[in-house]
Design a protein around this ligand. Structure first.
Ligand SMILES: Cc1cc2nc3c(=O)[nH]c(=O)nc-3n(C[C@H](O)[C@H](O)[C@H](O)COP(=O)(O)OP(=O)(O)OC[C@H]3O[C@@H](n4cnc5c(N)ncnc54)[C@H](O)[C@@H]3O)c2cc1C
Length: 408
């Protein structure tokens, strides 16, 4: 995978469509405040005009466009919710709407923003020292520093309690050994939030990219999120000074709190990907003629469009209520799980249906839906797989833990 600056600039627009007007069958727009509409429309315009024309080429080449970082920072999307430290202090609904619009472009763009905000700035601001906050947060808001989040390992995915990375005290330092897998932004990152077992349980450390023994490597042959950097990380006797321990982290719960923040953005982002696929399928159905009529006049095709619109509308309503609960400080992790689980699954079904409706054209990047479909396969798996969110909700409803029946 190549990551040269601006590698994808100059890509030609592969599809000319009329400007996106939004998908809003239930006047969900009326549930938004003025500032929320302004944020959504600003991100929408940028994604529409500057990002979507370039992303198919990036996806095809398997490249991340580094020039995106200053543009995303200029838009105020790094630190969008952060209070102080140069952050923009906006609401969770604003963050969600931004994620929705970013993922209408591509899941990789939303992933970049999710990781920086929810998986790196959030743990630093929640669990970090004043010195750590001063050092990293303002630079991350400006996009001068990028972070990644290293929880998953080759042998610990859905079950991170059993991660193998260890941090052992030696003098004033911790020495970290282990490896991480599937880490978004890994090779881009100046700092990695690394989760490791210590004598006090699982804790988070700020591992800096130039620390001896730390290495980020590309994961080749990836056919999803191809416009995103996904890496493996190696930690070989990495000496991390005590001042790089996130002192507020205590146990796996701290890592799960970060994931809960990111899952919130994913629930909204999935709606964006679904809206993109629906819009493309609707336009195609209106213009593609078979048996001497537009395919949109067939009942079977209309049934697919109606199902898509219904699920998008339900997902939008879930998101707005989830955002309002979060802004009121009463959202529970189960609210987030329900929305992530539902919205990603429905978005994936919508992407697959759109692909089908476009016939053979559906498999080319010209029409975008195959790109969304492939991306959503990852989104379905990361940040808690669909199954894991089922277990979280099942436990909440019944009181029975079905994660590892019979073993605990
Ligand atoms: C593109 C991409 C980017 C990612 N970015 C990051 C990142 O930035 N940082 C990070 O730490 N991780 C990241 N991940 C990793 C991601 O979070 C994991 O892939 C995810 O948690 C699932 O782990 P796994 O792939 O090891 O699957 P496994 O946990 O091995 O699961 C395999 C299958 O078994 C099922 N399963 C597991 N346990 C149970 C159970 N108890 N009951 C029923 N079914 C079960 C799962 O649902 C799944 O279908 C990323 C992944 C991808 C694909």
């Amino acid at each position: 995978m190549k990551h040269e600056a601006g590698a994808c600039l100059g890509a030609t627009e592969v599809q000319s469509m009329k400007p996106f007007q939004g998908v809003d069958a239930y006047h969900v727009d009326g549930l938004l405040q003025d500032d929320e509409r302004i944020v959504r429309d600003a991100v929408r315009k940028w994604v529409e005009n500057e990002y979507i024309p370039k992303v198919p080429e990036c996806f095809d080449r398997g490249e991340f466009d580094r020039d995106l970082i200053p543009r995303v920072a200029e838009l105020g999307l790094f630190g969008i919710k952060l209070q102080g430290y140069g952050g923009h202090g906006m609401s969770h609904v604003n963050y969600g709407l931004a994620c929705q619009e970013l993922e209408r472009g591509d899941s990789s763009l939303r992933s970049l923003v999710s990781v920086q905000n929810s998986l790196v700035m959030y743990p630093i601001s929640t669990f970090g020292t004043e010195a750590q906050k001063e050092r990293w947060l303002p630079a991350m808001v400006r996009g001068e520093k990028i972070g990644c989040f290293g929880l998953t390992e080759p042998d610990a995915g859905s079950d991170p309690e059993h991660l193998r990375t260890r941090a052992v005290r030696k003098g004033g330092d911790y020495v970290l050994n282990g490896s991480k897998m599937w880490i978004t932004n890994g090779e881009l990152a100046d700092v990695a939030v690394i989760w490791a077992h210590t004598e006090q349980g699982i804790r988070g450390f700020l591992v800096e990219k130039d620390m001896p023994g730390f290495l980020a490597l590309p994961i080749p042959w990836k056919y999803s999120l191809r416009a995103s950097v996904t890496s493996s990380l190696v930690l070989d006797e990495v000496r991390v000074p005590e001042e790089n321990l996130l002192p507020g982290t205590l146990g796996l719960k701290s890592a799960l709190m970060c994931l809960n923040e990111a899952r919130f953005g994913i629930a909204w982002g999935a709606v964006g990907a679904a809206m993109a696929c629906y819009e493309i399928a609707l336009e195609y159905a209106g213009s593609r003629v078979q048996f001497e009529v537009p395919i949109a006049s067939f009942q079977l095709v209309q049934n697919k469009l109606v199902n898509m619109l219904t699920e998008i509308t339900k997902a939008q309503l879930l998101c707005i209520q989830l955002g309002r609960l979060k802004d009121a400080g009463v959202a529970k992790h189960t609210h987030v799980s329900l929305a992530k689980r539902n919205n990603v699954w429905e978005a994936l079904k919508i992407a697959r249906t759109a692909r089908e409706m476009l016939g053979a054209n559906g498999i080319t990047l010209d029409y975008h839906v195959i790109r969304h479909m492939l991306n959503l396969e990852s989104v379905y798996t990361y940040e808690g797989t669909h199954d894991i969110h089922t277990l979280i909700l099942g436990k909440d409803i019944t009181g029975h833990d079905a994660f590892a029946p019979g073993t605990r």
